[in-house]
Design a binder for this molecule. Sequence first.
Ligand code: G6P
Length: 616
Amino acid sequence: MCGIVGYIGDRDAQDVVLKGLQRLEYRGYDSSGIAVYGNGTGLQLARAVGKLHHLAEQLATAPLHGQLGVGHTRWATHGAVTETNAHPHRDQSGTIVVVQNGIVENYQELRERLIADGHIFHSQTDTEVIAHLVGVAYARTQSLEQAVQQTISELHGGNAIVVFSINEPDRLIAARLGNAGGVVIGMGIDEVFIASDMPAVLDYTHHLLFLEDGELAVLTRNAVQIRNRAGALIKREPTTIAWDAERAARGDFPHYMLKEIHEQPQTLLDVLRGRVDGAAGTITLDELTLDTATLQHIDRIYTVACGTAWHAALLAKFMIERLARVRVDVDYGSEFRYRQPILDQRTLVLTITQSGETVDTLAAMEEARTHGIPSVAIVNVIGSQAARLADGGAIYLHAGPEIGVASTKCFTSMLVAAYLLGLKLGQVRGVLSADAVREHGQALSALPHQAAQVLAQTDAPIRALAARYHAATSMLYLGRNVSYPIALEGALKLKEISYIHAEGYPAGEMKHGPVALIDEHLPVVCIAPHDGVYEKMLSNIEQVHARNGKVIAIVSEGDTQVAAEPDHIISVPRTSDLLSPVLTVIPLQLLSYHMAVLRGCDVDQPRNLAKSVTVE
Ligand code: G6P
């Protein structure tokens, strides 16, 4: 949730840290802070409440000078959003600086012990406890590395921390405990970077090291030493990541979200690249490490995810059941491990996650591991924790960095990745012939071009709809079959960024409750592509009309039967029944975007939300 950046080298640490924080601001934006140390300038700190530009403005008038620095953007967990609660925090002596992403679950008990020993706290945060503990251990050991090692052995919960001390100004110490947040180390020449996520370092280097659970790293400008919980040295070569900083930049778009919506023709191409062999009628998913016998033996798949990815998981059920005839159950990451799911040797856990860091999703993978069940991840962020935990393989989206907090391009790529997995399973299990796979492959290959058509055709009419309805206080989204998860996703997108109450419902269920809400003020988005449930959907639309609801219909090109006002009909190209969600969701993404902009909302950083949710 929070974002951490650190640097040692010859550059101005303030510039590197601030730029890195700007790249990570999607992770938290309640408050931010920075600490820089320089020979001759000593330790300097700056903190500010609110979005990062407040800190940047402060630094513009009172810059910090030095070549060692750490910074932090906060998503508050312990303690209100105040300047004193903003990171970095210091120990009692004021010489040790700490930033944290995650939660120290036993912080209360540790804090009371420290207070009894005479420590004075300036904030309500759990992070300040870490700083004090490191300070106590440093007084004993006179080694920052050992002090951090001893401190983390006392902490409960999951977190990532970065520490420096003015007494050892040649190094940063970083540690990762549990799955509460990534730690990426960027290896430069005579300089080193550290961050919670790759976009913060890609401007400088593509050679990255990732910390695993329980590892501690000592970073100096030309070496990184990693040790595990037992203190043993870990040898790990940096991975070269192809993502470029350009793709993490906003370009000419006013918001990342709009840029990412418009990237979809390209990201759909990227998720398909090299995976469908049209001539042979085969699917190649090289990353899948499960052998054919295991894939044939599976009789139940749990798809587990959170947020928008959970909607992709719902659609994965439709796809995999239809294409491979395997039973699929769908769970929220936050529920899965608490309900004692039946996990036996014929079970597969399939997680879907953009960041690969969502703590509840990772917990499901741990649950699978505990039961000796393989897990496969559909994931965007290369080298993320989900990718590493997926012992059955990580199917990458290759969508590039997604910065907008509301997920868009990764959602459509998740659908395609799940579809490819369904095809692969269908093929190895003898459900799908090469001809069938070829046909599905053709439909998939048409999607990038069709997505471009949707964007070109629907942006203007959607803007007009947004202008008409942006003052609405509530909206209903209805769909049947595969359009039902799209109704959920359309409603979620609207809620997230425009703060309009919205509900997604299976259209057939409307008469069991939501129908009571319908009157002439309620805009009702009806997703009605020309598929097997089209006629049923027509009846539902009539029912909305009969109660004077305002129907906004998403239909297939050439539709003549859906009754909505002419300017309330949005057409998307025809595709197969199962693939229609990839196209019908795009106008809904645009609708929520334009509504939010007209309402003056902060589209890329909606209130209270964060891009990567690394706390339970
Ligand atoms: C947060 C984000 C959502 C995202 C969800 C799951 O709530 O705001 O956009 O869908 O986390 O994230 P993941 O990285 O696991 O896909």
